[in-house]
Write a protein that binds this ligand. Structure first.
Ligand code: ADP
Ligand code: MG
Length: 729
């Protein structure tokens, strides 16, 4: 059998077991061993340099040259002791992936020998030729240089034989060309504004850092089968494929026993992650067959984002050793659940409090409610920006598909908090109360029961849910860089907190007692943001109508979702907090659209190619067999019997011919539509034309191809089928 699919299947079925033995079953023996963590710093740095570096990391102080020299020397010695031969600046360009360019420590000497060298100059800044990274027109080719600059707040690590130094990436003219730069700025804005609000409650708070715990969903597929599917190899998802008779309908995969081959992969991948100091902790089967999830213990956002980027990379690397391929695409299979990346997000203070933990005293309750209600208000004001933060061609396929949150941004807070907010909204004696102080507990805030923590997370359909002591942004796509949603969430809340403080201070200036002023503004915000709260089933059709009545947007496509980036109010929001400039916003807007266009263009080409040189020839081949058979019948049967018995086969031949002919026509039309779309110069217009005139062909063509898959002899069908791809053995 020359059929590629059968060969791939044979390979996939006969995989020898790869046994994984770890050096120790105690993770603590090797956790963080490939990171330049505090313990290593202490060992390799003088006390002075160590203290200084810690304050650079924790307080954002500037580092001086002398200390940087010491850090560079320490990094070099440590990395070489771990077997590293190269170093690289490691950054997150706007491709969504990570980037690195390795240089050897080796420098030849005049005597014909070589020494190992790594100085503070190489640590602090590099100047890669970065002309091929997306810049949205910011970087002219004659200024092809970009700068990478050390981010000391993220831990350096060793990957294979290379010391990796996390960096930001900016253009020659200073514009950011990565995800990290604006994210660090947004986190800084959040810190500043949250600390200012905390001062109402606790003078000891001088640092607030946002925390992130991501939950990464992914699919695994045997590598041989994956490579026999050009659509998956080129676009990350299956563009054709008849549904498998059995897929997820029995819910027998969810939390089921993890297949042995997958456990081996997970064990090895977790080992690699742990050595890199990535605190992955949870693993389980997800809803769809061959879909899995991994989640770490939460960390400070910048660290967590770097770790998620690394995890996606390590997963792919380790999977290959097990002849598995990781699919991070949001919707690898039609008709089956897609993958998301829940972003669990909260704020911690330097005093060790979680600001989203309901308090025990009236004072801490009021602080909790202040943060909670400001977040509600921020989501209501900037819902479209949150929608933008999760927009991509691939996530468009998943959002609102009855398995993932819809494209309508709403917040779920649970029934008890709803009651609390309702009670505050109705108000009571509190409105007349004056001159109260925190300590005389005149506050009329309904008591928030402590069982709240266990009671909130009952609604899995909300895109943004309060789950006890954190918010969970569930609409984030599985392949995305978490920095995107983290920039938006931290920025909009920072801005909202600033507004809150202005309004509270204005009341205080007029003589209102602080906690009374806070209470009043909270109450106002509860009313103003009420429409964004939704406790019901977000997957239901009724919610779509209801949301429309409430005036909430429901933006179904990326070209529409990214428009908000160039709205004046949004540009000024980003500029107000020094996160992105107008020029940078416009550039990112263009990059998003370009990316969308290119993704659709690739998929459209793959569909055309596969339909034309895989599907149609196969269908014709089978059709010829049927025709031969009918001819043979005619020879051996008398005419009457022939007419009676060949009837079904004739219908079959006709049916196949119809599908072939329709596929041909549709592919031609799609190619014409694509050519017409490519003529547009203007990115927003081109993206819209792609969406409106090219994209609709994908499902139409697929329909007929999938029918053929069902009709044509299994032995000649060239593409691995869903039932083969989905069940890992
Ligand atoms: P699931 O949603 O699957 O039920 P959980 O809601 O228990 O899982 O939490 C999963 C993630 O939430 C983990 O990554 C965990 O570290 C993270 N998490 C817990 N507390 C916080 C917090 N305060 N800030 C950010 N993330 C948190
Ligand atoms: Mg969760």
């Amino acid at each position: 059998m020359s059929n590629v699919r059968y060969k791939a299947l044979e390979l996939a079925i006969s995989r020898p077991k790869r046994t994984v033995t770890l050096p120790s079953n105690k993770v603590s023996d090797y956790y963080g061993s490939l990171t330049f963590n505090k313990a290593v710093m202490r060992e390799y740095l003088s006390k002075e340099a160590y203290d200084k570096l810690i304050s650079v990391i924790e307080k954002g102080d500037k580092i001086d040259r002398r200390i940087a020299d010491q850090v560079a020397t320490a990094l070099k010695s440590w990395a070489i002791s771990k077997g590293a031969t190269h170093y690289t600046h490691w950054f997150h360009p706007l491709t969504g992936a990570t980037a690195e360019k390795h240089d050897a420590f080796m420098v030849p000497t005049a005597t014909g020998k070589a020494i190992e060298e790594f100085s503070s100059i190489q640590l602090i800044q590099q100047e890669p030729d970065a002309s091929s990274f997306p810049s949205g027109g910011i970087r002219n080719t004659f200024e092809a240089r970009g700068y990478t600059a050390w981010d000391p707040s993220s831990t350096a690590f060793i990957m294979d034989d290379t010391l990796c130094i996390p960096t930001i990436f900016v253009s020659y003219t200073g514009e950011s060309l990565d995800y990290k730069t604006p994210m660090l700025k947004a986190l800084h804005a959040l810190d500043k504004e949250a600390v200012a609000v905390c001062k109402y409650f606790d003078r000891n708070v001088n640092k607030v850092y946002a925390t992130l715990g991501w939950e990464q969903e992914y699919f695994l597929v045997d590598t041989a089968l994956y490579h026999a599917r050009p659509d998956m190899a080129l676009s990350g998802r299956s563009l054709f494929g008849h549904a498998s008779a059995k897929d997820q309908q029995l819910s027998d995969h969810y939390f089921g026993t993890i297949p042995e081959r997958v456990v081996d992969f997970m064990t090895e991948f977790e080992y690699e992650a742990h050595r890199l100091g990535i605190p992955v902790k949870t693993r389980h089967n997800e809803v769809a067959p061959s879909q899995f999830e991994c989640a770490p213990v939460f960390e400070e956002v910048n660290m967590a984002v770097d770790h998620n980027q690394l995890v996606m990379h390590i997963m792919e690397k380790v999977a290959r050793r097990h002849n598995l391929t990781v699919l991070l695409h949001e919707k690898p299979y039609h008709g089956i659940n897609g993958s998301g990346k829940h972003n669990n997000w909260s704020f911690m203070t330097n005093t060790g409090d979680n600001l989203l933990s309901p308090g025990k005293t009236p004072k801490s309750n009021l602080r909790f409610l202040s943060f909670l209600v400001n977040i509600l208000k921020a989501v209501d004001t900037y819902a479209d920006l949150m929608r933008m933060a999760i927009a991509s061609a691939s996530n468009d396929l998943r959002l609102g598909a009855h398995e993932a949150p819809p494209a309508i941004m709403s917040v779920f807070i649970g029934s008890q908090l709803t009651e609390t907010l309702d009670a505050i909204e109705k108000g009571s004696a509190r409105d007349q109360a004056v001159n109260g102080t925190f300590d005389d507990v005149a506050i009329d805030i309904p008591k928030i029961p402590e069982i709240l923590l266990d009671n909130t997370d009952r609604n899995r359909t909300s895109p943004f849910a309060f789950t006890g002591n954190k918010f969970e942004f569930r609409a984030v796509g599985s392949s995305m860089n978490c920095a995107k949603p983290m920039i938006v969430l931290n920025l909009i809340v920072a801005d909202q907190l600033r507004q809150f403080r202005e309004e509270v201070d204005a009341l205080i200036a007029k003589g209102t007692a602080a906690e009374d002023a806070i209470y009043r503004i909270i109450r106002k915000y509860i009313k103003e943001s009420k429409r964004v709260r939704f406790e019901g089933n977000s997957y239901s059709a009724e919610w779509i109508d209801e949301a429309k009545k409430r005036g909430l947007s429901n933006i179904s496509s990326t070209p529409d979702a990214v428009k908000v980036m160039i709205e004046e109010s949004v540009i000024s929001l980003f500029e107000r907090h020094n996160v992105l400039t107008r020029r940078e916003m416009i550039a990112r807007y263009e990059i998003n659209l370009e990316n969308y266009i290119k993704k659709l263009q690739i998929e459209s080409r793959v569909i055309g190619d596969l339909a034309t040189n895989h599907i149609i020839p196969t269908a014709i081949q089978y059709q010829n067999t049927l025709i031969e058979n009918v001819r043979g019948l005619k020879e051996v049967l008398d005419n009457k019997t022939f007419v009676r018995l060949s009837n079904n086969q004739m219908l079959n031949i006709k049916e196949i011919s119809e599908h072939i002919s329709i596929i041909r026509t549709l592919v031609n039309e799609m190619v014409d539509a694509r050519k017409a779309a490519n003529k547009f110069e203007d990115a927003p217009q081109k993206a819209a034309v792609y969406k409106d005139t090219v994209l609709p062909y994908f499902d139409k063509i697929r329909y007929h191809v999938d029918k053929l898959e069902f009709l044509v002899d299994d032995e000649v069908w060239p593409l691995p089928k869903y039932r083969e791809l989905l069940f890992i053995k």
